[in-house]
Design a protein around this ligand. Structure first.
Ligand SMILES: Nc1nc2c(ncn2[C@@H]2O[C@H](COP(=O)(O)OP(=O)(O)O)[C@@H](O)[C@H]2O)c(=O)[nH]1
Ligand SMILES: [Mg+2]
Length: 202
């Protein structure tokens, strides 16, 4: 079973990414579980459960308490337990998506918890974000710059972000997405290339 982490600041589009990926994963015959981390609620889990995109029993919400990054880095035990429970209840699973509670730009996932991780930022947070070289942006396996549709409205230059990211993470992939209007086909294509070896058509 493959474990993919999804991190990034609050509101960047992490849950939206999951909602966009689920139909594509299902169409590809990939058996999926979802774990969300929220500070003191299970908001995101409830939202995904209610989406109709996945059987509700395949979605688990973890309450992380004070520091969201602790649950994905220093002490992932609550998430590891949630994965085990999901596997017992709904397995065998091919893939578990683990959404981190939104946190600062330095949040990273431990390899004890995930095999691969995606970091999501958005253009509305400013086009100088890549240059700040947060650990999430520099170290993630796949970076998404989401909300490209908002860039013109907030004066963010996608060109500048592209150039900065080529410098900040020269060897690693970045995708620009509009997850509200568009699907996540290019994200799925990238995952297929990097970690999901399926026979699904491109
Ligand atoms: N305009 C626009 N809004 C988006 C996009 N992706 C997500 N959103 C919206 O941004 C808000 C936060 O998204 P969400 O997935 O909940 O963020 P999370 O906190 O990272 O999980 C929601 O209202 C989404 O509908 C996008 O590409 N463009
Ligand atoms: Mg969320």
């Amino acid at each position: 079973m493959l474990r993919i982490g999804i991190g990034g600041p609050v509101g960047s589009g992490k849950t939206q990414l999951i909602e966009r990926l689920l139909p594509t994963l299902e169409a590809a015959g990939i058996s999926v579980g979802v774990i969300t981390n929220d500070l003191v609620t299970r908001e995101d889990a409830e939202r995904v459960k209610a989406s109709g995109l996945i059987s509700p029993e395949r979605v688990v919400g973890v309450e992380t308490g004070a520091c969201p990054h602790t649950a994905i880095r220093e002490d992932p035990s609550a998430n590891l337990e949630a994965i085990e429970n999901l596997q017992d209840a709904c397995g065998p699973l091919d893939l578990v998506l683990i959404e981190s509670g939104g946190d600062n730009l330095s949040a990273t996932f431990t390899s004890d918890l995930v095999d691969y991780w995606i970091y999501v930022i958005d253009t509305a947070a400013g086009d100088d974000i890549p240059r700040k070289r947060g650990l999430g942006i520099v170290q993630c396996d796949l970076l998404l710059v989401n909300k490209t549709d908002l860039a013109p409205h907030v004066g963010a230059s996608l060109e500048r972000m592209k150039q900065d990211l080529a410098e900040v993470r020269p060897q690693r992939p970045t995708l620009f997405t509009d997850l509200r209007a568009g699907g996540a086909d290019d994200v799925f294509a990238r995952l297929r290339l990097d970690v999901l070896f399926t026979d699904a058509p491109a």
